[in-house]
Design a protein around this ligand. Structure first.
Ligand SMILES: O=P(O)(O)OC[C@H]1O[C@H](OP(=O)(O)OP(=O)(O)O)[C@H](O)[C@@H]1O
Ligand SMILES: NC(=O)CC[C@H](N)C(=O)O
Ligand SMILES: [Mg+2]
Length: 501
């Protein structure tokens, strides 16, 4: 996942895009970028780092114009270390296009070959997003008959793009001199919504919080397969460009990725987390009698709504046992296991009095590599807890994710090839309670029955865009450099988590 935003206004948009990116920072902490357009000229600034560090006043001043887009990156292809892979990406033909992408293509390798051999287009990074932009550019060139571009041409190009690319994608692109194009993959795996400001400004963004937080009213989600074209005067045209669109959003958005105050595809993320806490409560009761639990303690941040609801249902006290250092970012989306491990201790600290002599049930939203759980269970014991139980509002994560979440190999997942009892032993808890896959889908899906199902491959191994073989997973990881994955000494982001290198 990454955070993307696009804006068409009549006033300067640099600050607006910056503000929207800050509201989407939880979706990507590794790089940030903005492009604006004035006349037919693009102005771009992008770099590694968090939004606040990437954009200085001088950079903001150099972003004129009333139309633009931006991205915060969480790398799932190529390398976290690469400055060149920060988005937006730019191509000069046809017309001049800049693009931001949230998602991951599963056929990028094949497309890269096609682009080189058939389309005669050069790609210069390992990023799948650069591949996507070149496919879009090629199809726009094919669709436009002459020197100018019609809206029909734009939609024809998106239709052709849908046929060529596989995987997950929410995209916003600017076509120089024409307008802003946005589209979403035919399963709607990654989110994208649209809204408007009081002055008529049109905004597209990954999450509704980016609209609300910048005083824009959420109008609707972009439908799976749908394309939206916003002309320079703000006129909006939309068209369904996929042959068989179906709404299967990524369930992990509701589990962890999105902010709880966002509404995605008609589902309040907060309500989804409350519901997951409710179903989890039922499973807790059958494993550990509530009479043997003194307190329910969330593992901040994302698990709070689920833990709160669970505590209420069990009639047990909800206590804050861990304090989060707000200056450390989200651990799971950091590149590099060494960094993630050390970050847990930097990020969370136990309040000893909440644990001393107590039997506690810790609640997290998900257990992926087990980095957080192992550390946290030990911290609870060190603080004097006599029993430490652990519950996860999501089911065991057993399969790689190929749609834009950094869980690329089975081997690194704590639940891979282990029974729940074996996982419990690895984590060191006295009991481990997991959500059930069907219960999770039901808990989230009942909020909007219009959602046909969920992309939940990391839990159930079913890949909505078609089976993904182990060879394909391996191929997807080729060229992947994951920011010092095994480098326990990689502490650069810990001492200065917000600093530009
Ligand atoms: O099993 P793991 O590999 O450790 O991953 C799972 C943990 O990572 C996430 O927390 P994170 O610190 O990223 O963000 P949060 O503050 O939103 O909970 C998630 O909420 C879990 O706590
Ligand atoms: N997770 C994402 O959406 C990342 C987008 C793209 N695949 C990249 O790695 O830059
Ligand atoms: Mg967490």
């Amino acid at each position: 996942m990454c955070g993307i935003v696009g804006v068409v206004s009549t006033a300067p948009v640099n600050q607006l895009i910056y503000d929207a990116l800050l509201l989407l920072q939880h979706r990507g902490q590794d790089a940030a970028g903005i492009v604006t357009q004035e006349g037919r000229k693009f102005f771009m600034h992008k770099a590694k780092g968090m939004v606040r560090d990437v954009f200085r006043t001088r950079n903001m001043r150099a972003l004129p114009g009333s139309i633009g887009l931006g991205q915060v990156r969480y790398p799932t292809a190529g390398s976290a270390a690469s400055e060149e892979e920060a988005q937006p990406f730019y191509v000069n033909a046809p017309f001049g296009i800049v693009m931001v992408h949230n998602g991951n293509l599963t056929n990028a390798k094949q497309l890269r070959r096609e682009l080189a051999e058939t389309d005669h287009r050069h790609t210069n990074t390992e990023s799948d997003s650069e591949v996507l932009l070149n496919v879009l550019a090629h199809e726009l060139a094919r669709a436009s008959s002459g020197a100018s571009l019609t809206t029909d041409d734009v939609f024809a190009a998106v239709r052709a793009v849908h046929l060529r690319i596989k995987g997950s994608y929410a995209v916003v692109a600017l076509i120089a001199g024409y307008g802003l194009l946005a589209f979403r993959d035919p399963f709607g795996i990654r989110p994208l919504c649209m809204g408007r400001g009081a002055d008529g400004t049109v905004m597209l963004a990954s999450e509704s919080v980016a609209l609300e937080g910048t005083l824009h009213r959420l109008e609707r989600d972009i439908a799976p397969g749908e394309a939206v074209f916003v002309q320079l005067d703000g006129t909006v045209q939309t068209r369904q460009c996929a042959q068989q669109p179906r709404l299967y959003p990524c369930v992990f958005e509701y589990v962890y990725l999105a902010r709880p105050d966002s509404i995605m595809d008609g589902i309040s993320v907060y309500q989804a987390r409350l519901n997951m806490g409710e179903t989890l409560a039922k499973r807790v009761v059958s494993t550990v009698p509530p009479s043997q639990i003194d307190a329910i303690i969330p593992i901040p941040e994302s698990s709070r709504p689920s833990a709160m609801q669970l505590a209420q249902l069990l009639g047990l006290p909800y206590r804050e046992g861990f304090v989060k250092n707000r200056y450390v970012g989200r651990t799971f989306i950091m590149p590099g296991q060494g960094t993630r491990k050390k970050s847990v201790r930097q990020k969370l600290n136990a309040i000893a009095s909440e644990f001393k002599g107590k039997r506690v049930l810790l609640v997290d939203d998900s257990i992926v590599r087990g980095t957080t759980s192992k550390e946290i269970v030990q911290m609870a014991r060190d603080a004097g807890a006599v029993k430490v139980y652990l519950a996860s509002a999501a089911p065991p994560v057993r399969h790689p994710n190929v749609y834009g979440i950094d869980m690329p190999t089975r081997a690194e997942l704590v639940a891979h090839d282990r029974t729940e009892e074996e996982i419990r032993q690895v984590i060191g808890a006295d009991a481990l309670i997991y959500q059930d896959v069907a219960a999770m889908k039901q808990a989230v899906g009942k909020i909007n029955p219009g959602v046909q199902g969920f992309e939940a491959s990391c839990f159930d191994g079913l890949y909505i865009t078609g089976d993904i073989s182990d060879e394909e997973v391996t191929a997807l990881n080729e060229g992947r450099q994951r920011g010092g994955e095994d480098d326990e000494e990689d502490t650069s982001r810990l001492s200065l988590p917000n600093a530009q290198e």
